[in-house]
Design a protein around this ligand. Structure first.
Ligand code: C2G
Length: 131
């Protein structure tokens, strides 16, 4: 069983690790699409803290991850699922229902997010207050 998942994985934290570990447990091979800096800018109007090559390097080094590629656009999801021969698409439940259209080509699973951890909260926590 081949599993695929997608994400930005900026300022890598335990919520990211847990979803990747749980995704990998659903099959034998996990492919991860890391969204590009440009895709993030287009979506959120800001660039990630870690650039795409750094984010790819971190994800690639994880024991639970078998292959990593860059996700250039949300519109290419069907193409990525097909070219990576994925049987299961995994996303966090913040995306619940959003990718059901792909259930014609793979199983679509939304896993619960890890509570109380997010890149935004980490950035807020370490931000030095302006005097
Ligand atoms: N996640 C989680 N628990 C958290 C934070 C994130 O389980 N506390 C999960 C998200 O649900 C997502 C994955 O970690 O499945 C990556 O999260 P983000 O980096 O925020 O990815 P996002 O920008 O939502 O993905 O095609 C989707 C895009 O690549 C965007």
């Amino acid at each position: 069983m081949r599993v695929i998942t997608f994400g930005t994985f900026d300022v890598f934290h335990v919520g990211h690790l847990r979803i990747l570990e749980r995704a990998r447990e659903l099959g034998d091979c996990l492919s991860v699409g890391v969204s590009t800096d440009e895709m993030n800018f287009a979506k959120k109007n800001r660039y990630p803290v870690y650039d795409q090559q750094e984010r790819v390097q971190i994800i690639r080094a994880l024991r639970c991850v078998d292959e990593v590629f860059l996700e250039e656009s949300m519109e290419l999801k069907r193409h990525y699922i097909e070219t990576h021969l994925a049987d299961i698409l995994v996303m966090g439940d913040d995306w619940a229902g959003k990718f059901d259209e792909f259930s014609d080509i793979c199983r679509v699973v939304y896993l619960p997010r890890t509570p109380s951890v997010s890149t935004t909260a980490i950035i807020e926590k370490i931000r030095i207050p302006k005097s």
